[in-house]
Design a protein around this ligand. Sequence first.
Ligand SMILES: [Fe+2]
Length: 144
Amino acid sequence: MSVFEWSDSLSIGIPEVDEQHQGLVDAMKGLEKLVKPEVSGGHLHVLLGLFMMQVSGYVKTHFSFEEMLMAQHNFPGLDKHRKSHRKLEEDFTDFSKRLEQAKDDEQRRALVKTLLTFMHDWFSQHVKRDDMAYGEYLREEGIV
Ligand SMILES: [Fe+2]
């Protein structure tokens, strides 16, 4: 079973944001499938490259949406939250570069495992704590 499963504990109570987070959970499930032994060599290299490109685009759009929502409603923690988003984007770019430079499948699979653990932690820290905080703020303000 995947370590990435959507659960109510990940819901911040804003349907659009929850849907986007669900999309990311699904993307991570897709990534887990890519590291199966039947995918290898040039095929694995190309698929991982495409995956990283797609997901980094998705993440950027999602972060812009969240930041727009927080800015619109004067969420006091916006600056800190923005920094946390930029950090993840940097880390993601770094993973993409390392995957691109990986010499063989063994290195690629090891990097993917690290990325999956990293994203798993990100969901429990960023989504469950930081996104939840602006969700609560918007609820308290009567916006959602
Ligand atoms: Fe966020």
